[in-house]
Design a protein. Structure first.
Ligand code: ZN
Length: 360
């Protein structure tokens, strides 16, 4: 039998539901039915749960869904909820652009029914591994390519400083735009339903709940950004991950410090950036924990801007037990940091619930 008590326990923790009641019930059921199986640590995910880490060893008929980075893991969990096993292959806080898969990733992929990845050349090595190890190599799904096509600067893929056209790989960070995240969730709903039609209604209901919060987030960003002085609505970041977000909300990305080969910028590039910060009176420059850069800090200081190193595009805040450890939590925290540092407020954004929305 399915160890219902244990499953419900992890699911209650997962979704931050009225926990005391559910925990009591779940423990009671587990105790009464004497189900021997304990929740394995491989399935243990926190209330934020963007780091789902199933090893796909449970043979209970649920889809085994592999994915790559934490924001995607969170988006997929919001749609798949308790009816899929989910594994995010690229650990939090690791640079996804240069990630080298581990041998254990091949083993995990050999048990996966499908791989949902960002695409747009973000996870090249993982994709190569999936092609040789996935049970059915046709079951590789690319979110970015299913969302955008072409290179129309208004509607297509974007090429820029760190992702120049001659390099052939567009800027892959579509997920930083909540409306593209909604599209990603809808594609996930579609792909899960195709592979598991009996749960199609469940996936749809979960999608609707998640999309409602994404809509709230989108509207909150549109309101709060008006509190940022117009002249400050420009971004200089270390890692070039805000291109689609900026296009959506009408901001300007004036530069990214990290060159396209992910090395540190040259002395000339540094001098140019300092001049640009001074000329354009950029109040703050942004880095992230994943890409620590003393250079960026020095550039900010020289240019007379404040330096903020906590923006994130890969790693949600907190650890897996933290309710903010979700895609929504990451975006809300980024907006709070960005808007406040640039002279605005984040009142509406702060009202957006950040916990996972899927329920059993
Ligand atoms: Zn990135």
């Amino acid at each position: 039998m399915v160890p219902g008590g244990v499953m419900r326990l992890s699911f209650a923790v997962l979704h931050g539901l009225p926990r005391l009641l559910l925990l009591t019930t779940a423990l009671g059921v587990a105790f009464l039915t004497g189900c021997g199986e304990q929740g394995t640590s491989s399935e243990a995910v926190g209330p934020g749960a963007s780091s789902a880490s199933s090893d796909f060893k449970r043979d209970d008929g649920k889809l085994n869904v592999a994915t790559t980075i934490a924001p995607l893991t969170s988006i997929i969990l919001n749609v798949g909820g308790s009816r899929i096993h989910l594994r995010g292959l690229i650990p939090d806080g690791v640079d996804s652009h240069t990630y080298e898969p581990r041998p254990s990733d091949a083993e995990i992929l050999s048990r996966a029914d499908l791989l949902i990845m960002n695409g747009a050349h973000l996870e090249g090595t993982t994709e190569a591994l999936a092609k040789t190890n996935l049970k059915d190599p046709k079951k590789i799904y690319r979110l970015a390519e299913a969302t955008l096509s072409g290179d129309d600067p208004e509607t297509g893929f974007l090429y820029d400083f760190s992702f120049p056209k001659e390099g052939g790989a567009p800027n892959p960070h579509l997920w930083m735009d909540p409306l593209y995240a909604m599209k990603y969730a809808d594609l996930t709903r579609q792909w899960l339903s195709e592979n598991d039609p009996k749960n199609a209604d469940y996936y749809r209901a979960n999608y609707e709940k998640f999309a409602a919060v994404l809509r709230q987030l989108d509207e909150a960003i549109r309101k709060d950004q008006l509190t940022v002085p117009t002249a400050n609505r420009k971004l200089l970041t270390y890692h070039d991950s805000w291109a689609y977000w900026a296009r959506e909300y009408g901001w300007t990305v004036i530069g990214a410090v990290q060159p396209s080969d992910f090395s540190e910028p040259s002395a000339k590039e540094v001098a140019d950036l300092i001049g640009q910060i001074k000329r354009e009176r950029v109040p703050a420059v942004f880095g992230s924990e994943v890409f620590p850069s003393k250079t960026l800090q020095a550039i900010a200081k020289e240019g007379g801007a404040t330096f903020e190193d906590q923006l994130s595009d890969d790693a949600p805040p907190g650890d897996v037990r933290d309710v903010r450890h979700t895609y929504l939590g990451m975006l809300v925290e980024d907006m709070q940091i960005m808007f406040k540092r640039l002279g605005g407020s984040a009142i509406e954004v702060s009202k957006v619930p950040v916990a996972n929305t899927a329920t059993d």
